[in-house]
Ligand binder design. Sequence first.
Ligand code: FAD
Length: 435
Amino acid sequence: MKYVIVGSGVAGIAAIEAIRSVDDSGEVILVGDDPHGYYSRPGLAYYLTGELHDKALFPRTGDDYRSMNFRYAKQNVTRLDREKQVLEINGQSVISYDRLLLAVGAQAVTLKAPGAELEGVLKLDHMEDAKTILKFARRRKTAVVVGGGITALELVEGLVSRGVRVHYLLRGDRYWSNVLDEQESKIVEHRLQDEGVKIHYHAEILEVNGKNNRVQSVLLKDGTSLKCDLVAYAIGIRPRIELAKQAGLEIDRGVLVNEYMQTNDPHVYAAGDVAQVYDPSTGKAVLDSLWGPARQQGFSAGLNMAGRQTAYKKSAPFNVTRLAGLTTTIIGMVGKGRDQDMVGIARGDSETWRHLPEAIVAQTGFEVNRLRVLVGERTLLGAIVMGDQKLSFPLEKIISENVDISPIRERLLAPNARIADVIAEFWTNKNSVQV
Ligand SMILES: Cc1cc2nc3c(=O)[nH]c(=O)nc-3n(C[C@H](O)[C@H](O)[C@H](O)COP(=O)(O)OP(=O)(O)OC[C@H]3O[C@@H](n4cnc5c(N)ncnc54)[C@H](O)[C@@H]3O)c2cc1C
């Protein structure tokens, strides 16, 4: 059996681990075009702030790779011929396969404005982008950051920590309006302002102006001109569906797969950011851009490619992240609608988060330690935990395992309920009963 994996991200590496766990004789080839290979992409945020050295972002050693026993081709796959079961690189049919995995990830949506091609207009997709941002941050004084979600804040935080003055532009009147509630947005915005970030509401770039390929200012749609020498943006990502599209595979926003991570061609699988996966909680096929699900999907795809039928069951999407320095956990369904600052989803994001059906909100805390839970008929549908993280693990379990919360539902919804105490007590009792 000859297995070929395109993409050296977490989904691709997990697939190789899975294949090798059940087949130590088949040939495995990994084709990837990132010059840095496999590294922690969420870790890039900490590399930007200087909290992590780039060397700390590589989770595997040369010995690890040798023991996985695969061949690595540092190449960009340009075409997939499904009839011949061959991958092309620059017009040459070079790699044949019996089973193929597309684990090609997603890429940043590019900023469309006159001047966006100037040298100092930057995005954060991969390691090379992070290095470019750091190179520019060393020589530039003022930045304009555009976009929403987690990555835009990572750009703001990274630049601030490097001593760059930041103007942060929001199209609407608050940050990440389709995931956070008003109070949560305000908490994040106040923290940014305390760090010296100037937030501009209802602000949109009309054009980026520069001279000799260098950014000098941005002109906003309301006529305001902001002097700056760098523009960084994170307005959303798009799954890299080009190969699948060219090969005639079924696609929607991502590559559509069944529960075995198989596309409509039984020899071709897809996993990670590029895959659009059935979500039992919403009844829809959705996109995630989350490290954990990409790893699980890659592993499941690998097992299935090697003939071990193993269904991937999507659980409540979960991310522990930092928003303006505040540890925040987002679980399950918490919001709705569109955020004007983003096209689709961002990095570290899930479409599921925005599919909230009828639910009643129970919340507590108005400053850093804030907890919001979305209470359904018999279960909790989602939660946001900001600051104190004691309850994030129990909440993740309660939500992903659809635990029946009927015994505490009324107490959660009572006026002035101490919801953190109610959930903590429920969790302790539940576990002591099980023991
Ligand atoms: C800045 C940043 C912050 C993030 N923050 C978080 C977070 O807080 N929490 C979280 O859970 N997730 C976060 N993520 C998202 C997480 O990293 C992704 O969900 C995960 O990396 C997806 O893995 P993947 O293997 O599907 O794709 P990727 O990691 O994107 O890997 C795909 C690989 O395929 C290669 N490739 C693409 N096309 C081709 C081709 N034609 N030929 C050869 N190679 C190709 C690419 O170069 C890439 O190396 C973040 C990502 C970034 C970039």
